[in-house]
Ligand binder design. Structure first.
Ligand SMILES: [Zn+2]
Length: 294
């Protein structure tokens, strides 16, 4: 059982908070998979293996009996799963505003109590509190879980993620789907959010507006390997780095590309529209694709 030493919040840096241009922010904001792994580790350190003396689960999930032990805390893509020893699993999805905090005994909460969706207090006084998560539910068994999470692609944050499966799943998409949209689709693979989307395309030198049909098998394999490498390199590091000391193109519009000096571009992409950043020199459009941006 990990000892509860480091107790922190999820941190706002976990989210894509680029300019919204008047569009409802939450649809543009999703935590990246590495943030959820970080949250799972903190919650695990605080309550895993312990008997819960207080279990409160709000928002249509019903309550749960105190006295249940937390068997395991894990991240599954952007979902955080808390497995109890009675076979049930609590699933939360944080989206933009949600966050898991952990507290030592008697500590003051960082957000007001009425915003708590889940409160799990262990018999030694350590508490994990989930604030403002829009998705909270108690899954009764593995069948419930398969129904809820079965569509998800391989979880890129896991060392055993099946990257060949990710490559295969690209082939299930409408061939006209643009790469930037495909990478965010959690049915292809779990863990890529808006930050990694642009950074992966840059690393692979592929224009994010390229239709999947124009991306060959070798490039698909490279995209999968790069996505997994970048996400895993940032597990537990605190500060996300995808290129040199920061990001190559993400939120660097109108600044020089770190590789070639060309001005980085940004354009909104997909439905809902998300900011996509790329270098038009390093990530050129294909010759007969004059209708794409860049
Ligand atoms: Zn460049």
């Amino acid at each position: 059982m990990p000892s509860p030493v480091v107790l922190e919040t999820t941190g706002d840096a976990a989210y894509d908070d680029g300019p919204f241009h008047g569009v409802t922010p939450w649809v543009h904001n999703m935590p990246e998979g590495d943030s959820i792994v970080g949250a799972a580790r903190r919650v695990s350190a605080a309550i895993e293996g312990k008997v819960m003396t207080r279990i409160e689960i709000r928002q249509r999930a019903g309550s749960h009996r105190a006295g249940t032990r937390v068997k395991r805390v894990e991240a599954h893509g952007k979902h955080l799963l808390i497995r109890f020893d009675d076979g049930t699993t609590l699933r939360t999805h944080l989206r933009m505003n949600g966050r898991w905090d952990t507290y030592p005994p008697e500590a003051r909460w960082r957000r007001p109590a009425h915003r708590a969706r889940v409160v799990l207090e262990a018999d030694d006084g350590f508490t994990a509190v989930c604030f403002d998560a829009p998705e909270v539910e108690l899954l009764r068994d593995r069948r419930d879980e398969a129904e809820r999470l079965g569509h998800l692609g391989p979880d890129l944050c896991r060392p055993d993620a099946d990257l060949d499966e990710m490559v295969r799943r690209f082939g299930h998409l409408d061939p006209a789907t643009q790469l930037g949209v495909a990478l965010l689709d959690q049915r292809i693979a779990c863990g890529v959010g808006n930050v990694y989307k642009s950074e992966i395309c840059f690393a692979c030198r592929i224009n994010p507006f390229t239709p999947i049909a124009r991306i060959d098998i070798t490039q698909r394999a490279e995209l999968a390997a790069t996505a997994a490498r970048l996400l895993r390199a940032n597990l537990g590091t605190g500060r996300r780095v995808t290129y040199a000391n920061g990001y190559a193109v993400y939120r660097r519009a109108r600044r020089p590309c770190p590789r070639c000096g060309t001005v980085v571009k940004m354009r909104r992409q997909g439905e809902p529209a998300r900011n996509t950043y790329w270098c038009p020199e390093c990530q050129p459009t294909l010759p007969d694709a004059s209708t794409w941006p860049g």
